[in-house]
Design a protein around this ligand. Sequence first.
Ligand code: ADP
Ligand code: ZN
Length: 623
Amino acid sequence: MHEVVDNKNNPPKKPFIFYAFFAVLIIMLLNIFVFPSMLKHSIVEVGYDQFLDMIDNGEVIEVSYDEYNGQFVFIGETDGRKMIYQTGIWPDDGQRLLQQLREHPEIAFKSEIPTQTNPLLSFILTWILPMAFFYIVGEIFYRQMRKKMGGQFPGGINAMSFGQSGAKIYVADEKTEVKFKDVAGQDEAKESLMEIVDFLHEPEKYSELGAKLPKGVLLVGSPGTGKTLLAKAVAGEAGVPFFSISGSEFVEMFVGMGAAKVRDLFKQANEKAPCIVFIDEIDAIGQKRNSGGRIGGNDEREQTLNQLLTEMDGFDGRKGVILLAATNRPEILDPALLRPGRFDRRVPVELPDLQGRKAILQVHAKKIKVDDSINWDIIARATAGASGAELANIINEAALRAVKENKKSVSQEDIEESVETVIAGAQRKNAVVSDKDKKIVAYHEIGHALVAAMQSNSAPVTKITIIPRTSGALGYTMQVDEGEQLLMSKIEILNKITTLTGGRSAEELIFGDDNITTGASNDIEQATRLARSMVTRFGMTDEFDMTAFEKVQNQYLSDEPVSNCADDTASRIDSRTIEIIKSAHKKAIEILKENENQLHKLAAYLLEKETITGEEFMKILNS
Ligand code: ADP
Ligand code: ZN
């Protein structure tokens, strides 16, 4: 979601050259038709007889003949005032005139025709001044456009950036400054980005120590969760310029020149360092090369990606160019992009929980007039699963509704109505989690957590949430030891399998066998893989002792094991695996039955809070 005006509707570059051409044309027309008569105005036209009289009266100082217009132009002095005069020629009067002029030797004959203004002055008047005028008008016009478009105008502020990448340049002191306080919730993301702000403030502090900051940070999260907003806030907090470009723009707009545009972008960024470069939808250029084995692949995209990698390796992180990129599909990114020295830091930007939604609603409500009596809790509760962008939209829709009904301020009812329009209008698959689903997910997640906590060797949970994740999971229980343990004992693996079955077990226990859901599919997959590995790789069953039937071929390429055994053995392996799972499942159900009171209490609390910490969990468990 962007408030950014799309470049496609505003072809960059063209306006400037078009405008300049137009201005020169106008000035030329003025010079041909308007200025000459304006300037000539001060030349006095006199009759031929008066000319002759003036000669006789000694009032003429010098005379010249304007062949082009067929007339005399002369300087005369009447009553002590010098003026330029002109007069037509009287045919066949040449001889007489010449004689008369000769009688007045003080009159000079000049070949140069006098003009009112000197050439420099007239050049300034007819060319420089109009040019300056057009330039100023253009500049004012341009500034206003920029303001309207939220500080972005394609092509950059100076005409010299003509032909460059078209990355929208934010000039630090001119942009509408987004600060961290404008980003509601997202405390964890803000915290990890704070370091970057600090670095941009005091790069010396870091360079003195020789510390290098990450060059690239990947913001991972669903659309509308505020990734762009966060990136802008980093630039805003640090007071540095903000370049932004979207990956799909790269691919669509710059067909055939993606690589060149990447080079341009980095060149500009290097000149403006310290600064933030934000690449939205980086998956559009950063997809795995040769993914899907398409014949020929996409050369264009690959070249662009290669250039991006080269540039990232090339620039000096200490100069203060920081790359932020956003994606909601980190798994499809080329591994090369994620290597150290590139986008080696990942900041999850998840959908907001209850508190987060309330905060976002309130941030946006500040921009409109709302009744004091509004109960934000109710609204926040009704919008579980909505993104920041959707919440912003809800507030805006409510304001529009209030205007339509000629109200002075937005009421609770307006907002509640607009929740329905926006949510129904979005028709996103998981736009908002229904109360029924929320309840199921809450019991499921508490099921995992409770089973984990009740097994002595299982680490207690650190966080439980029923907010949908970027990964697609509807809920999530984070355990302390995740990913950190190198050696796992047999009992730990069994406990882990039991914990994995805990989610589904809670569903069965509370909602009945007929109402179990698909939500456990990932748990089932993981549990099966673990149980199978116990049999085929870890030598943890009596039946097969220390025999390996599977091996992981290349743990860097994929962790899909390759099986290597007789058909008969394979079916026995399957039976053993099933046994392990079955007994773990049974154990989980027992644990939950024993603690059913706790299960209800905890699920109710989670439903209320949406996200709870391990500490809160333990407190309720032990109460
Ligand atoms: P993304 O880049 O993740 O798709 P954006 O940053 O473009 O999302 O968010 C779109 C809009 O949604 C923002 O401009 C802002 O108005 C609103 N928004 C999203 N998240 C938040 C938030 N945490 N706090 C306040 N507003 C938000
Ligand atoms: Zn689960």
